[in-house]
Design a protein around this ligand. Structure first.
Ligand code: PRP
Ligand code: URA
Length: 213
């Protein structure tokens, strides 16, 4: 697939990310390791996805003298899509400790593959700065599209979607609905299978994080 199918798609092929992705894909990786790796990859991806965040000059007093210093210019909001997005939160807030965290609850109907919304709680300042929308999997794109619509309806304009594994179908669907959203993925896989799962993928991310299967 053409990696230019979305105008704002970035594939993060850093060696450390790719090595951890191999372990995440391995069906023999136990839930404890799977959770730790998801969190670590999310942190590494955020490092790149936050590369162009606006900063402003301020002053700080070191033990020696006062000097100029930078700080983030706008509040950052992290929004995991429940459930599996929760696995990415710790790795990101360990880097952006002042981030506020909102939650959007969606699950995929197993028959229709359409997202079903069941929860939404966003911080009051969500529209005042960049939003990192996170979910390990971008399959049909239905969940990410719905979550993006929720964020836009709250006034958000700078939305950055971070997914570990994406299917071409999901990236193309995002391009049709939300070409303005920056998308960061660690892997762009071959396709969806007949059940709407990404292949080769890593299986059901939520079940592997929470040990529910
Ligand atoms: C998974 C995944 C995404 C969604 C992706 O969640 O975490 O949210 O599917 O599929 P889509 O791109 O086709 O919408 P799931 O619905 O399995 O819920 P869970 O996180 O509660 O396990
Ligand atoms: N959700 C997952 O967790 N994995 C897939 O491959 C597709 C949707």
């Amino acid at each position: 697939m053409d990696k230019n199918c979305h105008p704002n798609l970035t594939i993060l092929d850093h060696p450390l990310i790719q090595d951890k992705m191999r372990r995440l894909r391995d069906q023999g990786t136990p839930p404890t390791d799977f959770r730790r790796l998801i969190s670590q990859v999310a942190g590494l991806m955020t490092f790149q996805a936050s590369r162009d965040l606006a900063i402003e000059e301020t002053r700080v007093s070191t033990p020696m003298e006062e000097t100029s210093a930078a700080r983030l210019a706008a509040p950052v909001t992290l929004v995991p899509i429940l459930r599996a997005g929760l696995g990415m939160v710790e790795g990101i807030v360990s880097l952006v400790s002042e981030a506020n965290v909102g939650h959007i609850g969606l699950y995929r109907d197993e028959e229709t593959l359409k997202p079903v919304a069941y929860y939404c709680k966003l911080p009051p300042m969500v529209a005042e700065g960049p939003v990192f929308l996170v979910d390990p999997m971008l399959a049909t794109g239905g969940s990410a599209i719905e979550a993006t619509e929720v964020l836009k309806s709250h006034g958000c304009r700078d939305i950055r979607l971070i997914c570990l594994v994406a299917a071409p179908e999901g990236v193309e669907a995002m391009a049709e609905s939300h070409s303005d959203v920056q998308i960061f993925v660690a892997a762009l896989d071959r396709q969806l299978n007949e059940n709407g799962y990404i292949v080769p993928g890593l299986g059901d991310a939520g079940d592997r994080i929470f040990g529910t299967k």
